[in-house]
Design a protein around this ligand. Sequence first.
Ligand code: CP
Ligand code: NVA
Length: 316
Amino acid sequence: MPTRHFLKDTDFTREEVAQIFGLAARLKRERGTHEKPLAGQTWALIFSKSSTRTRVSFEVGIHELGGNPLFLNRNDIQIGRGESVEDTAKVLSRFVHGLIVRTYEQSEVERLAAAGTIPIVNALTDFLHPCQIYTDAFTLTERWAGNGDRLASLKGRKIAFLGDTACNMAYSWILGAALFGMKISLAGPAQFAPGPEIDAQLAQDGLPKNYHFTTDPYEAVKDADVVYTDVWVSMGKEEETKERIRVMSPYQVTAKLFAAAKPDAYFMHCLPAHAGEEVEQAVLDNPRCIIFDEAENRLHVQKAIMATLAAARPRA
Ligand code: CP
Ligand code: NVA
């Protein structure tokens, strides 16, 4: 049985996602009393970018599953001074039981997975943020599934993604929508339309090109069950700030735009949010804004992901 990793949304099958969501719901209900499948283990986090939610939810989650979290800032370890990704993976595989990685290139998490023998979790790259998308989808199932089938409650629902439609969140949502059977419309400036790299990923996963791109934000939100946005300036893109704000301004999620979605639509944002840029404060204050449930659920869903990867790990 090969070591399992979570590098992209499509690394788990629909059946596995259903199990992960079920486990996340139980771990949430039984927080403080549930089993500790990482007992005796250490899971390391290597972060090359800032983080509030991801770092804290993983560190707390590892602790609550009985494990020991070990936070490593990239610049404090030798990889930051040029030690190879492969040697880092081989060395850490001798010490720790899993690795949570936030970095720039998607190829870095793939190389770590290829060279090491421990589960690797993508905690955000420039290309994808799969932990966030699983959490967002789980958060929606809490509202839509009742006591029924969680994945079935997502099927056919429409998500509208506004702003930077070529960022990690947009791309992970394109993959997630394909996996969960959701419709996705993205609206942003033409120069930030989804690029060939996400089409190539869909093709590699055997999935059809499922998304609709438009430069008209009102077209995207029409009949949407979820209106989603992300920062206009992702980490690593700071030098483009002025131009991004200029071209993305028409895609701000205003109260008026949000009102053009379905009357019971939810507003979601992975956070951090910049009120007055990608979203109007009035939308953040709307009772159908569920950003803090999203943030909380990072803990429960990631615990389920780690428990699933730990259970799948081949024993020496
Ligand atoms: N949403 C998210 O990943 O937040 P952080 O950057 O704070 O981890
Ligand atoms: N697109 C954002 C997401 C932050 C969680 C970034 O990469 O900075």
